[in-house]
Design a protein around this ligand. Structure first.
Ligand SMILES: Cc1cc2nc3c(=O)[nH]c(=O)nc-3n(C[C@H](O)[C@H](O)[C@H](O)COP(=O)(O)OP(=O)(O)OC[C@H]3O[C@@H](n4cnc5c(N)ncnc54)[C@H](O)[C@@H]3O)c2cc1C
Length: 319
């Protein structure tokens, strides 16, 4: 069994930032990641552009120079690889953490490849692994996707995009511009207010002119190989359909956190219990960092504003 001062779970930008701070503080640490380096970003849409400028995504003082002010996915992957090598971070990839148990002031970590002990553990697991399901018949069909990569497969296809937030809007616009026949199915009565201000008029105008069809106050009720069924204010409708892109959002790994002994507030977002000054949870020496801290409010913490968690945690650990 390997023993560490601190084990960081998840090699997203915030997990890497924690590794850098641990290294700076002279702690014996390791980062354990179930996929590739910055696995979530790797799975983002191929043509995505960050809404943050590159300087706001920097960690560990490594300059992030991008072609335009706002970097794209490929530049971010390149950047975080460079951060990892510049700091010579200790990262174990393709190793999933299955459980964390506290016993006599020591955390016991069990993974798909081994067992470890650590004085402290930082959970920086992100929120990109568990999509909200539609829970309707036909969702299991291969034509129903909860992750979107690129528009090409949807050329000349009838697609339904479910959702009205940033991801759904980006997917609808990109696939429409690459030759897909796009229909949006939206539970609410409008496009979300939180959609990027430079994108919102574009989608609203495409809907207004009819280039992208949209059913508001509507929900999918059934999916078959060649159709989708919707419930709309005007009644039930059946549409011919080739693909359903369910851009309905993702949720943090609540079951994993609960199994670690973390408690949750009784608020609508199921915010985990942690000290806002130290990031320590109700479990001693078990910390949270990054997007997981927001519970269901997955847009509360992002790279820009949660980089600071790393410094806060390691400062507390050292003290
Ligand atoms: C399309 C899109 C665009 C975005 N643009 C921006 C932007 O412009 N600016 C910004 O600040 N934020 C942006 N965000 C949000 C930002 O990407 C996330 O907030 C950020 O990735 C959070 O970093 P993190 O390290 O907390 O989590 P993540 O990056 O999600 O990292 C978590 C890591 O934990 C790993 N993991 C999960 N479970 C386990 C396990 N059991 N064992 C081991 N490893 C595990 C995952 O594989 C993953 O690599 C965007 C998000 C999306 C979806």
């Amino acid at each position: 069994m390997e023993n560490y001062d601190v084990i960081i779970i998840g090699a997203g930008p915030i997990g890497l930032a924690c590794g850098i701070e641990a290294k700076k503080a002279g702690l014996n640490y390791v980062i354990i990641e179930k996929g590739c380096l910055v696995n979530s970003i790797y799975h983002y849409p191929l043509n995505m552009t960050f809404f943050s400028t590159s300087d706001r995504l920097e960690i560990g003082g490594v300059p992030f120079v991008s072609h335009l002010a706002k970097p794209n996915r490929v530049e971010a992957l390149e950047y975080y690889r460079r951060v990892c090598t510049s700091w010579d971070l200790k990262v174990k990839l393709y190793e999933e953490v299955k459980s964390i148990n506290l016993n006599n002031s020591l955390h016991y970590i069990s993974t798909t490849k081994g067992s470890y002990t650590a004085r402290a553990v930082i959970i920086s697991l992100g929120f990109y692994d568990l999509p909200y399901l539609l829970n309707i018949p036909g969702e299991e069909l291969p034509k129903v996707l909860h992750y979107y990569s690129e528009p090409h497969p949807y050329f000349a296809q009838k697609i339904v995009v479910v959702g009205a937030a940033n991801s759904a809007v980006d997917v609808a616009l990109e696939t429409y511009r690459k030759g897909a026949d796009v229909t949006m199915v939206i539970r609410e009565d409008s496009i979300r207010e939180s959609v990027k201000y430079w994108v919102k008029p574009d989608i609203e105008n495409r809907i207004k002119e009819g280039s992208i069809k949209a059913y508001f106050n509507s929900q999918l009720t059934r999916i078959t190989d060649s159709t989708v069924e919707l419930k709309t204010p005007e009644g039930n409708i059946i549409l011919e359909n080739d693909f359903v892109l369910a851009m309905t959002g993702y949720q943090p790994p609540f079951d994993f956190m609960k199994a670690c002994g973390i408690k949750f507030q009784a608020d609508e977002f199921q915010t985990p219990v942690y000290n806002e000054h130290t990031m320590e949870t109700n479990v001693p020496n078990l910390y949270l960092a990054g997007v997981v801290c927001g519970g269901l409010k997955t847009n509360k913490w992002f790279i820009e504003n949660s980089r600071i968690h790393a410094e806060m945690i390691i400062k507390h650990l050292k003290a």
